[in-house]
Design a protein around this ligand. Structure first.
Ligand SMILES: C[S@@+](CC[C@H](N)C(=O)[O-])C[C@H]1O[C@@H](n2cnc3c(N)ncnc32)[C@H](O)[C@@H]1O
Length: 267
């Protein structure tokens, strides 16, 4: 086998198929928008990414799969203009809500998918393009080419390392195999295949998670463990109870062993 014969676009799709990957639809993200916005606002993930993004004050930024504006809103305080692209209308509503609350008038939203015709939508290249935790694509090479076209000065992808945010102990507790899918090493090599020599850093997510109740925690975990049957749900609840402590304000703090790691890839 020779390295030059490897096609990372094909390997990416094979790894998706092996993991039984199915793209989540916009409606699924809509249903998660409010809780995602609350959980990811002012996180250590945000702080670490901002330290690495280092945009110039006169730059424009395109945030692809912006979600509720986890990076876009704090970036808006540092740059000239930010465009948030996402196919979830509820996520973009969260962006506009937070932009209004924080008096950021330089944030625009575009409702579109990775695969829509961005040119037809009037989208122009920006100085910095970032796609954080949003590489939910079948054609990785096309997505990376697109980011390369739309980012004039700097292009950034934040991608999963291994299981990413999925807690392997939760999978073990319910008796399922973790479904890993392709992680950052495919993305890095796909960029190499396209002729880009990217820079790599790592970002660490918060291991701890706070919830109002065990039921809310269970609903949140079922995003990574869909279609739980009654027995699996009981096992998941037992696992969550085993890592939970009650806080003074009545909320539950979960302390899983797993701490998500993200690859910050720039080129
Ligand atoms: C895990 S969230 C990440 C949000 C934000 N970038 C962050 O790091 O917090 C993934 C986002 O990608 C969006 N997304 C997923 N697939 C997409 C697609 N095919 N086209 C556009 N957006 C997509 C979802 O709606 C969601 O808002």
């Amino acid at each position: 086998m020779r390295y030059a014969d490897l096609d990372w676009g094909v390997l990416w799709q094979q790894a998706q198929d092996d993991a039984g990957w199915e793209a989540r639809q916009a409606a699924a993200w809509d249903g998660r928008a409010a809780s995602f916005a609350a959980r990811h606002k002012r996180s250590s993930f945000e702080r670490q990414c901002l330290d690495l993004l280092t945009p110039q004050p006169n730059w424009s930024v395109l945030d692809v799969g912006s979600g509720p504006g986890t990076l876009a809103i704090p970036l808006a305080a540092q740059v000239r203009q930010v465009t948030c692209l996402d196919f979830s209308t509820a996520m973009l509503a969260q962006v506009r809500k937070r932009a209004a609350e924080e008096n950021r008038h330089n944030v625009h939203t575009v409702c579109a998918s990775w695969t829509d015709d961005w040119e037809a939508l009037g989208l122009v290249p920006h100085d910095l393009v970032v796609a954080a935790r949003s590489l939910s694509v079948r054609d990785i090479l096309a997505a990376l080419k697109r980011l390369s076209t739309y980012g004039r000065q700097k292009r950034v992808v934040v991608d999963r390392v291994g299981a990413g945010p999925s807690d392997p102990a939760a999978f073990a507790a319910v008796g399922r195999q973790p479904r890993q899918g392709p992680d950052y090493i495919y993305t890095l090599n796909a960029l190499y295949q396209l002729g880009y020599h990217a820079t790599l850093a790592y970002v660490y997510g918060d291991g701890e998670r706070s919830y109002n109740s065990l039921e809310e925690a269970c609903a949140s975990y079922s995003w990574m463990l869909p279609d739980l049957n009654k027995q699996e749900e009981m096992r998941l609840l037992a696992y969550l109870r085993s890592i939970a402590t009650r806080q003074d304000d009545g909320s539950l703090l979960l302390r899983p062993q797993h701490r998500p790691t993200w690859a910050f890839i720039s080129w």
